[in-house]
Design a binder for this molecule. Structure first.
Ligand code: AMP
Ligand code: MG
Length: 346
């Protein structure tokens, strides 16, 4: 025994535990949970991986609650609520800062990169349109109301964003609705990876992150169907993804019909009206936060300008659906079909 190197046993044990964990991760069992959080349906499914999967899922759900409490504009005294009230808000503790600062930095960098199509300061407008509240409007706001809310939007209203917090122009309100689900998906996935999970599916209100292979089929990528924007229970096609995200922005998520016209929740920050260049935009890529923000920006920009923006982000690919002469048309970015292993529905 004394002749063995001191590190022999720990190393052998480590090897054994790796084999054990790998074997248990390959099992076709799964643990899952569904909750309504962040104003949306949150679904998590993992292949147990030598740990208490239910406890791990519950820990992620608790993290989503804290994330929502910090990031939601609708919660009393949240950072966005304080910012709307005072024009300035400082982070009150390390947790609030660690949740918000990276997301805010990414949101404003992307707002500039998108030429303002993605606007984290769309808050006043989206409140006016009412898509984020439970009581949906029956008709569009008046033009003067839109003009007033529009004057308070635009990423240029940012006066300060630093380690302490941020300051904005008067009346400007933050709305992180177009990036927060993606950001939270990335956080949840990072936890699962760190805990050693090798197969998982996270679906937060239609934005998805997958880890590894499907739980029920070794060697098979996850299949993610893209909802048909005009037919319930129908889909446009199926993407095959391993370790990556897909986010979709679509005009059928939250909308009302007034005098035969559809008014939906993705707003054009230049007009203050629902964006009309697309019907849906799906983006795949390695990070969900960027896929989420890109999907919203691409929806606003439409296929031509959207594809030009997308080309600046290697590894991200998109599928657009738009209306032309009353017919739904599709357009993919050059790498989409390959990267997504895309199979169109018959
Ligand atoms: P998504 O479903 O990711 O496209 O996000 C839509 C949500 O983001 C809306 O409900 C608004 O809260 C917000 N939003 C709407 N239009 C924009 C925009 N042009 N830029 C950034 N956020 C937006
Ligand atoms: Mg989005």
């Amino acid at each position: 025994m004394n002749n063995l190197p001191a590190s022999f046993f720990p190393r052998a044990l480590l090897l054994l535990s790796i084999i054990f964990v790998y074997a248990s991760c390959a099992a076709a069992k799964s643990a899952e949970a569904t909750e309504y959080l962040m104003g949306t349906r949150v679904f998590i499914r993992v292949a147990p991986c030598g740990r208490d999967a239910q406890a791990d899922i519950q820990e992620i759900i608790q993290e989503i609650r804290r994330f929502d409490a910090a990031a939601s504009a609708h919660r009393e005294n949240s950072f966005p609520a304080r910012l709307a009230r005072d024009g300035e808000a400082n982070f009150t503790n390390e947790e609030e800062k660690s949740i918000l600062l990276p997301m805010l930095r990414e949101a404003f960098a992307f707002a500039r990169a998108s030429g303002g199509a993605f606007d984290p300061f769309i808050g006043k407008l989206s409140k006016l349109w009412g898509f984020s509240s439970l009581a949906m409007r029956a008709e569009p706001p008046r033009a003067d109301e839109i003009a007033q809310a529009l004057a308070a939007s635009g990423h240029q209203k940012l006066l300060r964003l630093d380690e302490d917090g941020m300051a904005v122009a008067r009346h400007t309100e933050l709305d992180l609705g177009a990036i927060a689900k993606g950001e939270m998906l990335d956080r949840a996935a990072a936890r699962l990876y760190a805990w050693g999970y090798r197969r998982a599916l996270l679906n937060f209100g239609g934005d998805v992150y997958v880890i590894g292979d499907r739980i029920d089929a070794e060697g098979e990528p996850w299949r993610i169907a893209v909802q048909h924007p005009r037919k319930a229970q129908a889909y446009l096609g199926v993407a095959r993804i391993q370790d990556g995200a897909m986010a979709t922005s679509a005009d059928d998520e939250r909308f009302f019909i007034h005098e035969g016209k559809r008014w939906h929740h993705i707003l054009n920050p230049f007009t203050g009206l629902p964006a009309s260049e697309a019907v849906s935009a799906s983006v795949i890529g390695p990070r969900a936060a960027l896929a989420d923000a890109l999907a919203t920006a691409l929806f606003v920009l439409g296929a031509d300008r959207g594809l030009a923006l997308l080309a600046q982000y290697p590894g991200y690919h998109a599928l657009f659906v738009f209306m032309s002469n009353d017919i739904l048309q599709e357009r993919m970015s050059p790498g989409f079909a390959d990267a997504a292993g895309w199979k169109a529905a018959e």
